[in-house]
Design a protein around this ligand. Sequence first.
Ligand SMILES: [Zn+2]
Length: 137
Amino acid sequence: MNSSWLTESEIAEYAHLSENITQQCNCSKQTFDAWESLPVTFPEEQLERKGAVTAPSDKEATVREYHPRGTNYWSSDAPIALHYFPANRSDVWQCKACKRCFLRYTEFGGYYIDKRIRALRASLLFAGPYMDEDVTS
Ligand SMILES: [Zn+2]
């Protein structure tokens, strides 16, 4: 049975798998090391949704980010912290052609809706729990 969200170990497996893929693909024209707006040229139809990062029971997921080493939202080396924003709002998607995996979520700004995408990379994965303390500095 295919649940609608993933366990941390399942996400880690996808991340390890994805990080070691080197073959060129329509989905790899950009590296998506950092969060980016989904390019209009991106082959969205090649992606298959694998599941959400956060269980639906956790609707009050934090909007705080996790940057213990001075990174920010747009940093290519910002942790992919599963219990923090925006990973906690994301779904894992996998390319059917090359098996690369991505995180995707929709950013709701005051006057816009923006689809964002970032490569799922094991080396940046942080699965530690959310802690209600200042971790931005
Ligand atoms: Zn691909």
